[in-house]
Ligand binder design. Sequence first.
Ligand SMILES: [Zn+2]
Ligand SMILES: [Zn+2]
Ligand SMILES: [Zn+2]
Length: 281
Amino acid sequence: MLTGTCLCGAVRWQIDSGVSRMTHCHCSMCRKAHGAPFGTYTDVEAKNFHWLSGEDAIVTYESSPGVVRSFCGRCGSVAPEPFADGTYAIPVGALNEDPGVKASAHIFASNKAPWHIIADDLEQHDGFPDPADNPTIERPAQESAGDGVLRGSCLCGDIAYEVTTPITAVYNCHCNRCQKARAAAHTTNGFTTADGVTFVRGEDKLVTFKLPGAKYFSQVFCSRCGSPMPRVSKERNVAVIPFGSLDDDPGMGADQHIFTGSKAPWYDIEDDLPQSVAMPD
Ligand SMILES: [Zn+2]
Ligand SMILES: [Zn+2]
Ligand SMILES: [Zn+2]
């Protein structure tokens, strides 16, 4: 048996079986929905899936015909998604236990973020392993206007922002909070100064969930589609940008992995970037 929860703990669920095949999905929709370089999913049969609590907290958004994205309306974590074929797509990052298996392939690898490097030697597919399963994907434009401005937006497009100051660090964060918040193996977040991020539309649709008991940890997300959005702290003069929400290529990827001491047991770091077990100095 396996269980999963969102960051705030409202949405809880249980899987009565184990899981078999897991894949890392690099499609542009997963990147925006998770605010991460990829989402990792496994499928379970509906008869083996049960909600334990918080079903009423779930908000759904149809990202393409027939593809419904689910997230916790309180904290923004991606939630399991029922498919028409009678299975549930489970975001592995939300699991509480080690499923005992690792991903076997990358899917939608040709849609991968330009700033993310796939360093392992798992199989790579341009869509789903069975092309018959491929949905129609609308890809956002990914060309920079070359004006030094980085543009980003949420999956539904209601919220858009611009970054006008240099990004000074980019971390792949493996802490437990980030795994839950993004329901992903890890986040890739860029850091700049608070005055560098401007919301050009939809700022009124932002929801901020502050984790009780945490000094700073908050998740900012779109109320309509759940996509993680930049978090701006005037007080600390920092803006944290979920790279999965970028439309433009920032021309840089992660500098290092942080909090590798709490890395997901089902994910291996295969690249050569420096690693810190907690925060770097
Ligand atoms: Zn939640
Ligand atoms: Zn995907
Ligand atoms: Zn949105």
